[in-house]
Design a binder for this molecule. Structure first.
Ligand code: C5P
Length: 402
């Protein structure tokens, strides 16, 4: 994405606040971003915010009022490598579909020679209206790419389809567009995520605080680069945001192992990010243990299988495995020891000493080791960015040259 010219068109919808994050993602990835706003978009997010984030004055009118300087939509259209309209309201979609060139954004759209990506955002009834569907169909027929809105809670508090896709996903679509010869395209990847629950009785379990956020972020990052991803997940609330990620839900470590054993022969890589319980009750009770009629003070435990070690022990030369290590002290030595003991190719180390890293946080700070030692020491980042880096390193990793 470095050096690419992107026009970011913003129209007047509540989701315009997300355009700021999207602009930032593009700029951080090294792209040059020119924001073009419709007059009503300025009611939702200020041009000052957008020009500060992109380092370029925002274009909105045909002329600058005090100087009479003309803004050439034709030049802009030629400058761009891609045009992204996010959010795209029902009204702007209709204008684009029918060539109603009454503002700078629509004239730029009509002049753009580069591929156009459109991220609709509107209330569910507007989205479901046949007029919107027909206009989107027209845009598709012009070769524009529609980034389908997600289902979820809308600004109106109604729940349904119409929410603009998250900036990270829109970024991924553009990332893929600019890097379409991706090493991961079509490759099968298995990811374990979340905690495991080991039943004590039908209502109690041994578990941990893992939320699955890191594993699902990795799944999204891999899928957005074209990989065919299956997550085997313990009980979590998170869901993948990428529509093509498959999820197999399990509860215990034994169930997780058996699903992974079934899937592993087919995959090119497996990433073990689950926080698997180390022990399980030896004899889970079939009915609820009653406090009154039991003197329940100790629990006999058995060791759980190590999923990462078991599968890495069976891997073929064409398969890679990646593990995680969450350490509090002696981090590097422990991580390298785990890498060797479990026969992994790569290990991602989070230190619990780092603020903002580990369970439940939305950020993470990791370093990545191969059998030859440290290969990347990443700064604190969102779990999504971290996931993209992990996937990027995995996609380029060659055990024979590293
Ligand atoms: O040994 P430790 O739990 O620290 O190892 C962490 C790594 O091993 C993680 O990648 C985790 O997903 C994996 N693991 C596993 N099965 C276990 C224990 C850990 O797959 N029973």
């Amino acid at each position: 994405m470095r050096g690419k010219h992107i026009i970011l068109g913003i129209t007047g919808g509540i989701a315009a606040y997300k355009s700021a994050s999207l602009a930032r993602l593009f700029v951080k990835a090294g792209a040059e971003v020119q924001v073009v706003m419709t007059p009503s978009a300025k009611e939702f997010i200020t041009p000052v915010t957008m020009s500060a984030l992109t380092g370029k004055p925002v274009v909105s009118e045909f002329f600058t009022a005090n100087t009479g300087e003309w803004h050439s939509h034709v030049d802009l259209g030629l400058w761009a490598d891609a045009m992204v309209i996010a959010p795209a309201t029902a009204s702007s979609i209709a204008k684009m579909a029918h060539g109603v060139a009454d503002n700078m954004l629509i004239t730029t759209y009509l002049s753009a020679k580069a591929p156009v990506f459109i991220a609709p955002a509107m209330d569910l009834d507007m989205m479901a209206h046949p007029s919107t569907a027909a206009n989107l169909e027209l845009l598709r027929s012009y070769g524009n790419h529609i980034i389908e809105p997600a289902e979820g809670e809308l600004a109106s508090h109604l729940v349904g389809k119409g929410r603009m896709e998250e900036p990270e996903r829109i970024f991924d679509v553009l990332y893929r567009f600019f890097n379409d010869t991706d090493e991961l395209a079509g490759k099968k990847i298995l990811i374990t995520a979340g905690p495991t629950y080991e039943a004590i009785d039908p209502v109690r379990f041994i578990g941990n605080y893992s939320t699955g956020k890191m594993g699902f972020a990795i799944a999204d990052a891999a899928a957005s680069r074209g990989a065919d991803v299956t997550v085997v997940s313990g009980p979590v609330d998170v869901k993948p945001s990428h529509p093509d990620v498959k999820v197999v839900k399990v509860e215990s470590a034994r169930q997780m192992l058996s699903e992974c054993e079934r899937l592993f022969p087919e995959v090119s890589a497996a990433i073990f990010s689950a926080a698997v319980a180390d022990y399980a009750p030896a004899k889970p009770e079939r009915s609820k243990i009653k406090r009154e009629n039991s003197d329940f003070r100790s629990l006999e435990l058995v060791k759980n299988p190590d999923i990462a070690a078991t599968l890495s022990g069976q891997k073929r030369p064409d398969q890679l495995t990646v593990g995680f290590a969450l350490e509090t002290d002696n981090e590097t030595v422990n991580a390298m020891h785990k890498l060797q003991k479990k026969n992994l190719d790569l290990i991602v180390l989070n230190s619990l000493r780092d603020k903002g890293a580990g369970f439940g946080c939305d950020t993470n700070k990791v370093s990545i080791y191969s059998t030859r030692g440290l290969i990347a020491d990443l700064p604190l980042k969102s779990k999504q960015e971290c996931a993209r880096d992990i996937i990027s390193i995995l996609s380029k990793y060659d055990p024979y040259t590293h």
